[in-house]
Design a binder for this molecule. Structure first.
Ligand code: B12
Length: 583
């Protein structure tokens, strides 16, 4: 079934090089690349995280993952040492840690200074990269902004040299934009080259990681689509490229049945062979840290039970209870690591009470639906003239199609003509259900306050500054219910693009959703651009209204934004009321 406007000529540019040649080049570079040694390799006598993980798995050890990054490396290193020492001295165990790089690290070094500063650490020198592998005696997960970015080759080399062997993040290739970067051909070619290098290092235990909830996989409405997507990634990375792929998931999965079913499904997709990186925390929490203790305790219990039942090698990630507000402090990381360690004792005592039959049934459904999604995607791509054996064509075409169009085209909830009966087989994603419920509640509030159609005749631009799109999705639901005409610019939109479109479309207001600790810097750039274009309309900003300041936790900047003339608010109904008064 062809979709209008979707054929080879408008999915692929003319000048794409052949995937096989780029792969060969990457493999040759990979053979010359040096891996480590990191501190953990020397301490444990292993060559890679995968080897370390398999050893721990054989011992029946449940592993724990910690994530911590301040904005400077110095502060990050200090925090990490504190976390490791404190958890260890209190009888806990951290088995691996993840580095959260600032998104600008995905840009070539010469472009980084011009991009707005966001949440996450920046590594400025070779020495800083070198210290990453030496700071703790446990494996490092380079989960963000290495491969899949415009800086894929350089970042891969530096990550390997410091001793990283689990390298992310394939998901970023498909769903992330990098500020000011528009050349997707070069980015794709470098990504495939880097994957070729990783394939050459497979025997040394180097693996490429993809976070299923951090790319297209987090946007699909149906979990079977995410599982099908995992199968597709495996086809591209393993069958076409020859590298080893591992999957992370879980950030937007609340339901514990689903968490376990996805874990087991992923393990089956990988033939029960790989040592998984970690199961991410369920980060859909409330704005009350005390309540979050129950949410975190519940998923930790079941994630641990899952590892006891089926040791996939995935480490457990305890989520700091203040997740909803901002990035955590080292003390908040320690608190929840200790909670998780105690939870392991509880889970070991009660694991036999869990009935896995419903989970196995759900897993089977996910795998069946996923297989249909994967097969249909390959068939459709082939049908429109994409060479499904060429990794460059595959990556480029899938990125262009995007999650929503792909799901519309091949998802099992939309089409039930073959292999499966569609009814009742979809498994709605938690995040999507949550966003819809939030939007509907706000729409109801709008009606109760008599604000329906208050914005009729108003044209409004809506955009997200970064990858977070559910806040924007909810705001759009409300604006439409209020009768506004919404110009949706999507996610990861640069400020100058917003102003250009705003001028062209003659909008009455600009609404920005932002979450990455860049609110102040982004607002400054936007206002400057508006001034340059002599364009003046009200600007609303919502989401996480904070700014990362070098070395410190992000600071709330609501007052600063107000002083600049922006209306900062998380309250969408307040925005509608205010906007209703704008002529
Ligand atoms: C889901 C999620 C993700 C998903 C996003 C999936 C997707 N496709 O959208 C994924 C996994 C991809 C992700 C990635 C990252 N995330 Co995130 N993520 C979250 C999470 C868990 C939920 C956000 C969400 O969707 N909430 C649901 C929506 C409906 O609520 P909302 O966004 O708050 O919107 C409401 C209001 O704020 C308001 N609103 C929103 N926008 C607007 C706009 C206007 C004009 C108005 C009036 C109102 C308004 O209306 C909504 C309805 O009430 C939060 C933590 C949390 N629990 O809040 C972290 C969080 C936002 N993420 C965070 C970070 C750091 C990241 C990363 C940078 C991590 C990294 N280093 O890679 C990356 C982003 C990289 C990039 N390039 O952008 C941080 C931000 C830290 C900070 N600024 O202090 C948070 C707070 C987590 C944390 N504690 O560290 N994330």
């Amino acid at each position: 079934m062809a979709v209008e406007g979707m054929d080879r000529s408008n999915l692929l540019p003319d000048e794409l090089p052949a995937g096989a040649e780029v792969l060969c080049e990457g493999q040759a570079i990979g053979q010359r690349m040096k891996v480590g040694p990191a501190l953990y390799m020397k301490e444990h006598g292993v060559a890679s995280e995968a080897e370390y993980k398999r050893r721990m798995r054989a011992k029946g050890q449940v592993m724990f993952h910690a994530q911590y990054s301040a904005t400077s490396w110095e502060e990050t290193a200090r925090g990490l040492r504190y976390i490791y020492d404190e958890v260890t001295s209190r009888g806990g165990r951290v088995d691996r840690w993840g580095l959260s790089l600032d998104r600008v690290m995905g840009l070539p070094p010469e472009m980084r200074a011009r991009a707005p500063r966001e949440t996450g650490v920046q590594l400025h020198t070779h020495e800083e990269w070198g210290q990453v592998g030496q700071v703790l005696p446990i494996p490092i997960h380079f989960g963000d902004h290495i491969v899949g970015t415009p800086a894929s080759m350089d970042n891969l080399r530096l990550a390997l040299e410091t001793g990283g062997t689990t390298i992310g993040n394939m998901a970023h290739y498909f769903a992330y934009e990098y500020p000011g970067w528009t050349d997707q051909v070069t980015r794709t070619v470098d990504t495939v080259k880097a994957l070729g290098a990783i394939a050459a290092l497979k025997d040394k235990g180097v693996v490429i990681e993809s976070n299923l909830n951090d790319g297209l996989g987090s946007i699909f409405h149906d979990v079977t689509s995410s599982i099908g997507w995992a199968m597709l990634e495996k086809y591209i990375i393993e069958d076409l490229i020859g590298a080893e792929l591992v999957h992370v998931f879980g950030n937007v999965v609340t339901d514990v049945h689903l968490r376990l079913a996805i874990l087991f499904a992923i393990d089956e997709i990988h033939g029960g062979e790989t040592a998984g990186p970690h199961v991410n925390a369920n980060s859909i929490v409330t704005d009350d840290a005390d309540r979050n203790a129950a949410i975190v305790g519940s998923y930790l219990f079941f994630d641990i039970v899952g590892q006891l039942r089926r040791p996939t090698g995935h480490a457990i990630y305890p989520l700091p209870l203040t997740e909803y507000a901002r990035v955590p402090s080292p003390e908040e990381v320690v608190q929840v690591q200790i909670l998780a360690h105690q939870m392991e004792q509880e889970a070991r005592r009660a694991a036999d009470l869990v009935d896995f039959r419903p989970i196995e049934r759900l897993k089977k459904r996910l795998l069946e639906g996923g297989q249909v999604f994967r097969d249909r995607t390959l068939r459709e791509l082939d049908h429109i003239g994409i060479d499904t054996t060429d990794p460059i064509e595959m990556l480029f075409a899938l990125r262009r199609i995007g999650a929503w169009r792909l799901e519309e085209l091949v998802g099992i909830g939309r089409r039930d003509d073959d292999l499966l009966e569609g009814d009742g087989l979809t498994v709605p994603s938690d995040m999507f259900s949550y966003a819809i419920a939030t939007g509907e509640k706000l729409q109801q509030g709008l009606r109760e306050r008599g604000l329906s159609q208050r914005l009729r005749g108003k044209k409004v631009i809506l955009a997200s500054t970064d990858v977070h799109e559910f806040g924007k999705f909810v705001v759009e639901m409300v604006l439409k219910e209020a009768g506004a005409q919404v110009v949706d610019m999507g996610v990861s939109v640069d400020a100058d693009a917003i102003v250009k479109t705003a001028v062209r479309a003659g909008v009455h207001a600009i609404c920005i959703s932002t979450h990455n600790g860049m609110a102040l810097e982004y607002a400054g750039g936007l206002l400057e651009e508006m001034k340059r274009s002599e364009f003046e309309v009200p600007v609303f900003m919502g989401g996480k209204l904070n700014q990362d300041i070098e070395g410190k936790l992000p600071r709330d900047v609501t007052t600063d934004l107000e002083e600049m003339g922006i209306t900062p608010s998380k309250d969408v109904l307040f925005m509608v009321e205010k906007l209703g008064g704008v002529r």
